[in-house]
Design a binder for this molecule. Structure first.
Ligand SMILES: CC(=O)N[C@H](C=O)[C@@H](O)[C@H](O)[C@H](O)CO
Ligand SMILES: CC(=O)C(=O)O
Length: 298
């Protein structure tokens, strides 16, 4: 079992122009992450993979190809959550059979206002279906679900729940979680806040932009580890110049365009209803990638 820590890319997935999965291209994205970025882990089936826009079979194909490309090379986490619990149970069992993943993850169920008892039951059922470790995926700004400290504690009563992917700017809650549950993992989810999250002693970080800027993220980890916060902040400033430009131009589309510019051979379309980049956005992506390249540590 690979230790889950460090810089973990939330895998970008390449789709064809008709919306089908571009398998070969997605394999190339994984290879780029392993060989160029030297990432510590991959998070498969997250927001970044456009997971909530695709069907069950496509989700399975992505879990399988990632297992084939990366098993034993880095930590592997499979996000199987959603609002169709029967699908989540099926995916969890499928991931277990692949025998390549270090943990499952599941987003807090969204859209309907589920009670906390329902949310807890959802996690316990997914865990039981696969008998695997679980990382809660908490992303309140997209799900509307805000778990409290004591609710995290209740979820942590199941020893299979090993931690949280924490995509929120609530550093008070982050500090309380770190203090109350020192043995549970905290994986920071907002790449633009990596430095402060590391000051609060998160174990690692999972993010979309690490598909491109992992070398900067690694340098931030190293700077904080050696106590050089000024250096870490300077690096975070560089990273955020990239992230803010990407967010302005279209997040996943621009990240995928940058991968193309970095030499990754893939179709790099997004799934509808997301729209593809316009010509002017593509031109902007060239500038964004050039600027990042100049800032990446050699
Ligand atoms: C919704 C989403 O994609 N969240 C990612 C992780 O949780 C982040 O990596 C962000 O994409 C990134 O921090 C930019 O805001
Ligand atoms: C980390 C993130 O972006 C994801 O859920 O894919």
């Amino acid at each position: 079992m690979t230790k889950i820590k460090g810089v973990i890319s939330a895998l970008l997935v390449s789709y064809n122009s008709d919306g089908t999965l571009d398998e070969a291209g997605t394999r190339n994205i994984i290879r780029y992450n392993l060989e160029q970025n030297k990432i510590d882990g991959l998070y498969i089936g997250g927001s970044t993979g456009e997971n909530f826009l695709i069907d069950t079979d496509t989700k399975k194909r992505i879990f399988k190809l990632a297992a084939e490309e990366a098993k034993g090379k880095c930590a592997l986490i499979a996000q199987v959550g959603g609002i169709n619990l029967l699908e989540s149970l099926e995916l969890a069992k499928y991931v277990k059979e692949l025998d390549a993943y270090d943990a499952l993850s599941a987003v807090t169920p969204f859209y309907y206002k589920f009670s906390f008892a329902e949310i807890k039951e959802y996690y316990n059922q997914i865990i039981a279906a696969a008998d695997m470790d679980m990382i809660i995926y908490s992303i309140p700004f997209l799900t509307g679900v805000n778990l409290s400290l004591s609710q995290f504690g209740e979820l942590y009563d199941n020893p299979r729940v090993i931690g949280v992917k924490f995509t929120a700017a609530d550093f008070y809650l982050l500090e309380r979680l770190r203090f109350a549950y020192p043995d549970k993992l905290i994986l920071s989810g907002f790449d633009e806040m990596l430095f402060p999250a590391l000051v609060y002693k998160v174990d690692g970080a999972i993010g979309s932009t690490y598909n491109l800027n992992a070398p900067l993220a690694k340098a931030i980890f190293a700077a904080v580890a050696e106590g050089n916060n000024d250096k870490a902040l300077t690096l975070q400033n560089k990273m955020n110049n990239f992230i803010s430009a990407v967010l302005d131009n279209g997040l996943y589309q621009t990240l995928k365009e940058c991968l193309k510019l970095a030499g990754v051979d893939a179709q790099m379309c997004v799934r509808p209803p997301m729209s593809q980049l316009s010509t002017s956005q593509k031109e902007k992506a060239v500038e964004i990638w050039q600027n990042l390249k100049a800032d990446l540590p050699q």
